[in-house]
Design a protein around this ligand. Sequence first.
Ligand code: ZN
Length: 264
Amino acid sequence: MRGTVDGLVLRETETGESDKLLTVLTAEHGKILICAKGVRSMRSKNMSLCRLFTYGNFEYYEKNGMRWLAGGSVNDSFFKLNSDIEGFALAAYILEIAAEITGEGVEAEEILRMTLNTLYAIENKLKPFEIIKGAYELFAANCSGFEPDVSGCCRCGEVYADTMYLDVMNGSLVCQECRSAGSGAQLMPELDAFSARNILFPMNRSVLASVRYVLGARRERIFAFELKDEKDISDFSRLGDTYLLNHLERGFDTLDFYKTVRNK
Ligand SMILES: [Zn+2]
């Protein structure tokens, strides 16, 4: 049986002498695997289609329960990502999140569209990378069903305060007063986010407003907010990965790599 599908290459694994096994994110079928024979050969006309970050149209046939690449065309290769190490690292992390939050055979139109928009934003530096990263992480939490309730303090209902705390594991807000009254949870410690459990992440008004914006915005407007202060931007980004990684209960090598190149 033959078929054709539009998709984004999330992962490429080299197999055999000149083959690749591609993980491709599609709107209709979520993540699919496509075997691409001979595409690492210089003579292959499908070489550019079978690269990380490529969004293309994949023609395939099915045999022995596998999809095999028959041909196709590139819609967008996001090639400018290859010339900026920080953007490349962030884009690779975004693809790893996309692979984590999508399943095989489960439609993923919204995640595909948002991921493509995010790669475009990184490639063209539409916003500071830390803002793009934090917004995508909150989006990932949102469409995975564990977004935080940031409408108000979960104990007293307070909506605004100079400092509010995100109770990471409970996905709720706690105000300064209720925290002082004793919550048992610890303040966000200066250690690896993943190793900390009971975390209260402090947010000022600007950061909280940004989190609320992202979780409430239409997807195509998700980066359309302003955070000016460097520390606020950094806090927003750190909140994003602290929240996402603790709920996914895993780390990402690509995130570690991004942080390494960013701090150079
Ligand atoms: Zn309160």
